[in-house]
Design a protein around this ligand. Structure first.
Ligand SMILES: Cc1cc2nc3c(=O)[nH]c(=O)nc-3n(C[C@H](O)[C@H](O)[C@H](O)COP(=O)(O)OP(=O)(O)OC[C@H]3O[C@@H](n4cnc5c(N)ncnc54)[C@H](O)[C@@H]3O)c2cc1C
Length: 451
C-alpha cells in the first residue's frame, strides 16, 4: 500500500507549534495536528459555535471534515476541502441525575467534562492516558484506557446528535435501535458531524495510583492474568531493551479495596520511591499523582494532567490490538524485536480493554491486549518498522488503532472487520455522495475508491 500518512515538519516548525494549546496555525495559516507530523491539506477552516452554523456549513460544502482536538497521528481528520473545528462547541448540555446520563456538545474535552461531573457527584468509568482529547474525536476512533473489565470510551455512549450530509439533525440512541447504534459510534468520521453526545455516568469514586519498577518479563509471562488484573486499570511501560518491564502503573478504585497499603514488592518489581513519568527522562510533574495518594477518578485514571504536555509532545504513535488470549505470545514476539525497535522508541505501553459490540471497534466481540508504541518523530525509520511489527502480530489477526500510524493493507484490514460491509451500508444511507469521505477513508475503508 502506498503510505501517504505523515508529512514530517522541519524541527523549527515542530518546536514552534507542538505545544500550542490552541489550534496550531503556522505563519502561512497552515494547520497541523497536535504532534505536528501532519499538515492538513487545506487551510480553510471554521470554528463553529452553534449547531445551526454546523448545518449551514454542511449544506454549503461539497466535502468537509470535522476536527476535535487534533490528537490523531494519521490523516483520518484531514481534508483537501474544508475543516470544521468543534473546539468551541464544548458545553455541558444536561446532566440527568436520575437517568445517570450527561449530554455534552461534541467538542468538549474529557478534561473539561470530568471536573464538572465530579463536582456534581458523578464519574465516567474510564479515561484515556490524557484528558486533553475531545469526546467526539475520541469515541470515533475507539479511544481507550486500561482495565480488564473496562470497555473503550465509546462504550459509554448512549445517544448521538449528528448533522448528516443533507444538513439535517438526526438523533440516534442505543435504547431506540441498539444494532444500528453499535454501527454508528465508532464511525471514523464517516457518518456526519456529531454535535452532541450522551454518555452514561456513575457515582463519583476515588482512585489510588502506585508505580512499581523493573518487573521481570518472566514474571509477566507466568502471571500475566494476575498482573493485569491487579488494579481497576493497569498499564505496563517498557522500552523492550532488557528482560524487565520498566514500570507497572496500578490504579485501584477505593471502594473496591478501601485504603490500600501497597506492598513494597510486586511480582519481583519494587515500589517506586517517587512519582514517575513513563519516559524516565521526562518530568513527573506532568503526570497524575502516584505513591498511593487517594484522589478523584479524573485526577488518577489518566496518566497526564490537563494543564501539562502529555507524553513527550515531539513523537509519533502506533498501537495494535490482539485478542487477550494471545497476549503473552504477542508480547514475547515483540520483545524479540526489542533491539530493532528500541532505537526509535520513546516508550511502549501495554494495556487491556474489555470486549464490546461496536462494529468498528478493535475490541468488537473480543477482549484485547493493546501494544502501544510512542515513537521518536522519525517517520522514515518508523515507517520501516511498522510492517515488521504488523507481520509479527499477523498470526493474532492484529487490528490497529484507527487514530495512530499503521501500514496494514486495506484488504487485510477488511478481513479482520466482519462488520465493515454493514458499516459501509450504514454510511451510504447517511452520506450517499461521500461528503465526509477523505483520503484516509478512501484508502483504508474503501480500498482506493473515491466517493
Ligand atoms: C499524547 C497522546 C496520548 C494519547 N493517548 C491515547 C490513549 O490513552 N488511548 C487511546 O486510545 N488513544 C490515545 N491517543 C489517541 C487519541 O486519543 C485519538 O486519536 C483520538 O481520536 C483523538 O481525539 P481528537 O478529539 O483529537 O480527534 P481528532 O484527531 O481531532 O479527530 C479524529 C477523527 O474524528 C473526527 N471528528 C472529530 N470530531 C468530530 C465530530 N464532532 N463529528 C464528526 N467527526 C469528528 C475527525 O474528522 C477525525 O476523523 C493519544 C494521542 C496523543 C496525542
Amino acid at each position: 500500500m502506498e503510505n501517504k500518512l505523515p508529512v514530517p515538519l522541519s524541527a523549527n516548525q515542530i518546536t514552534d507549534h507542538i505545544n500550542s494549546p490552541v489550534l496550531a496555525e503556522m505563519p502561512d495559516n497552515t494547520i497541523t495536528n497536535w504532534s505536528g507530523n501532519i499538515i492538513f491539506n487545506t487551510k480553510e477552516i471554521s470554528f463553529t459555535q452553534t449547531v445551526a452554523e454546523v448545518q449551514e456549513l454542511v449544506q454549503k460544502h461539497k466535502q468537509l471534515k470535522a476536527l476535535g482536538s487534533r490528537h490523531c497521528f494519521n490523516r483520518i481528520a484531514d481534508s483537501h476541502h474544508y475543516l470544521l473545528s468543534l473546539k468551541e462547541l464544548n458545553k455541558v448540555v444536561t446532566l440527568n441525575k436520575e437517568a445517570r446520563t450527561v449530554t455534552v456538545e461534541a467538542g468538549i474535552k474529557y478534561g473539561e467534562l470530568a471536573p464538572y461531573l465530579h463536582d456534581n457527584g458523578f464519574a465516567l468509568p474510564n479515561l484515556a492516558s490524557l484528558p486533553h482529547i475531545s469526546v467526539a474525536g475520541s469515541i470515533i476512533t475507539a479511544t481507550h484506557g486500561s482495565g480488564v473489565n473496562n470497555g473503550n470510551l465509546a462504550t459509554s455512549v448512549v445517544a448521538l446528535e449528528i448533522i448528516t450530509a443533507d444538513g439535517n439533525i438526526q438523533n440516534f440512541s442505543k435504547a431506540q435501535d441498539e444494532d444500528t447504534f453499535n454501527g454508528l459510534v465508532v464511525n471514523l468520521g464517516a457518518i456526519g458531524i456529531i454535535t452532541k453526545v450522551t454518555l452514561t455516568v456513575e457515582p463519583t469514586f476515588k482512585v489510588q495510583q502506585n508505580v512499581y519498577e523493573k518487573l521481570p518479563l518472566k514474571q509477566l509471562k507466568d502471571n500475566f492474568k494476575a498482573i493485569i488484573a491487579a488494579g481497576y486499570s493497569v498499564s505496563l511501560f517498557t522500552d523492550w531493551l532488557t528482560d524487565n518491564i520498566n514500570q507497572v502503573w496500578i490504579k485501584s478504585r477505593m471502594e473496591d479495596v478501601g485504603l490500600y497499603n501497597f506492598e513494597p514488592e510486586f511480582y519481583g518489581a519494587t515500589a517506586a520511591t517517587q512519582n514517575r513519568h513513563p519516559i524516565m527522562e521526562m518530568p513527573a510533574e506532568n503526570c497524575t499523582e502516584q505513591m498511593g495518594v487517594p484522589g478523584p477518578w479524573h485526577e488518577r485514571l489518566p496518566h497526564f494532567k490537563m494543564g501539562f504536555t502529555p507524553s513527550s509532545g515531539v513523537e509519533l504513535q502506533s498501537e495494535y490490538f490482539i485478542p487477550r488470549q494471545h497476549a503473552v505470545e504477542a508480547i514475547l514476539s515483540i520483545a524479540r524485536l526489542g533491539k530493532q525497535i528500541n532505537p526509535h522508541l520513546l516508550i511502549s505501553e501495554i494495556r487491556t480493554i474489555a470486549a464490546d459490540n461496536l462494529w468498528l471497534s478493535p475490541c468488537y466481540k473480543q477482549s484485547c491486549v493493546a501494544l502501544h508504541f510512542t515513537w521518536k518523530q522519525d517517520w522514515p525509520a518508523v515507517s520501516k518498522l511498522l510492517p515488521i511489527i504488523e507481520q509479527e502480530l499477523a498470526p493474532f489477526n492484529v487490528r490497529p488503532h484507527w487514530g495512530k500510524l499503521f501500514s496494514i493493507a486495506p484488504d487485510v484490514l477488511a478481513s479482520r472487520y466482519e462488520k465493515l460491509p454493514a458499516f459501509k451500508n450504514l454510511v451510504s444511507q447517511f452520506d450517499p455522495n461521500g461528503k465526509f469521505r477523505n483520503e484516509f477513508l478512501n484508502t483504508t475503508i474503501y480500498g482506493g475508491l473515491k466517493a
